[in-house]
Design a protein around this ligand. Structure first.
Ligand SMILES: *Cc1c(COP(=O)(O)O)cnc(C)c1O
Length: 358
């Protein structure tokens, strides 16, 4: 099965599994797991930060970061469709009594700093205390530039805010921009990275930052139930991924271009975006069984059909797409990762073209 639904579906390779089977382990809550300790040391060094914390998921990593920066009654400024706002169950509010202040993001994925300026609250008991600015890179596959990062840093400094990066796919940004991961991470106080997306590890994220912020986050990880014991077995997969699977993300980006070009050549398909390892497209007809039929040909991809822009939820709308068309049409996000080869891309294109020709 060729699975294009997300890079989260990627599976550990045989070499990664061998590294996991051979891992030395201990009780990580006691700080005794040598493999977790090595993963944290290695990731901190790779991102140019003083300290790192291994956590079960990116959601928990972002939440531990928010809790390290903010207290009850504080707020963080965040893009209106950022993962830390939209897709984490409202965790900051639910579990931290931290209020999100969403602001619009532009077509590059950067949040609007003018809107952020207006959102920063005066220091007055009427208001939540604005404490933190959060960026996401990549966002919808788009890599924010170092200039955009620097603008956020300057803004944070001007207003006395902390700066957090949801860098779930920071590795893709680094490869796309030909920068080191540390160069991408440099302006941020805390950075969360995922090991289990395009890098192919089965589980885990890492939160990096100063020793003070990471030790506060470590306390919150325990509170949230994320303290793991002999976690070296899974951490070894993450360490292997960092050591072997970053540079090859360039193959995923090339495969995304190949998929986009192939989709654009199919009658009735419009490619609306191709950014790092993600391809966004639209089909101008109503075809609710398309995903199922393509799956029967061994390819998993999701198309969501809706009547018009207004009918779609905010969640499904891509930034920059202000189409107000009538009639039903389908939208799809396809994601490349290490389990999808160049030949698989061609196979997927054949399956999609065949089903659209029927
Ligand atoms: C995947 C992802 C996360 C973390 O998700 P988990 O499923 O909790 O690991 C965070 N931010 C972004 C942008 C993501 O894509």
């Amino acid at each position: 099965m060729i699975d294009l639904r997300s890079d989260t579906v990627s599976k550990p390779t045989p070499e990664m599994r061998a590294a996991m089977a051979a891992a030395d382990v201990g009780d990580d809550v006691w700080g005794d797991d040598p493999t977790v300790n090595e993963l944290e040391r290695y990731t901190a060094e790779l991102l140019g930060k003083a300290a790192a914390l291994y956590v079960p998921s990116g959601t928990q990593s972002n939440l531990c970061g928010l809790l390290a920066h903010c207290e009850r009654g504080d707020e963080y400024i965040v893009g209106h469709h950022a993962h830390t706002y939209m897709y984490e169950g409202g965790g900051a509010a639910v579990l931290g009594s931290i209020q999100p202040q969403p602001v619009p993001t532009d077509e590059t994925g950067m949040l609007d700093l003018k809107a952020a300026e207006e959102a920063v609250k005066p220091n007055n008991s009427h208001f939540a205390r604005t404490k933190l600015l959060c960026l996401e890179n990549t966002i919808d596959g788009k890599a924010l530039t170092t200039d955009q990062h620097q603008a956020a840093r300057d803004f944070a400094d001007d207003h006395g805010l902390g700066l957090h990066l949801d860098g779930a796919r920071l590795w893709n940004a680094a490869v796309a921009l030909s920068l080191s991961p540390a160069e991408v991470a440099a302006p941020f106080d805390t950075v969360s990275v995922c090991l289990s997306k395009g890098l192919g590890a089965p589980v885990g994220s890492v939160l990096c930052g100063s020793s003070e912020l990471v030790s506060a986050a470590r306390r919150w990880r325990k509170v949230l139930g994320g303290g793991m014991r002999q976690a070296g077995v899974v951490a070894a997969g993450g360490l292997y991924a960092l050591q072997h699977h970053i540079d090859r993300l360039a193959d995923d980006h090339a495969n995304a271009q190949r998929l986009a070009a192939g989709l654009a050549a199919i009658d009735g398909v419009t490619v609306t975006g191709c950014n790092t390892n993600m391809v966004f497209s639209r089909i101008d007809r109503d075809d609710p069984t398309l995903s199922k039929r393509v799956e029967a040909r061994g390819v998993r991809a999701d198309w969501r059909f809706a009547r018009s822009y207004q009918e779609r939820s905010n969640r499904e709308s891509a930034p920059g797409d202000s189409r107000q068309g009538h009639g039903r049409f389908g939208r799809s996000r396809m994601v490349l990762h290490l389990d999808v080869s160049e030949a698989d891309v061609d196979t997927a294109l054949e399956a999609i073209a065949a089903e659209l020709a029927t």
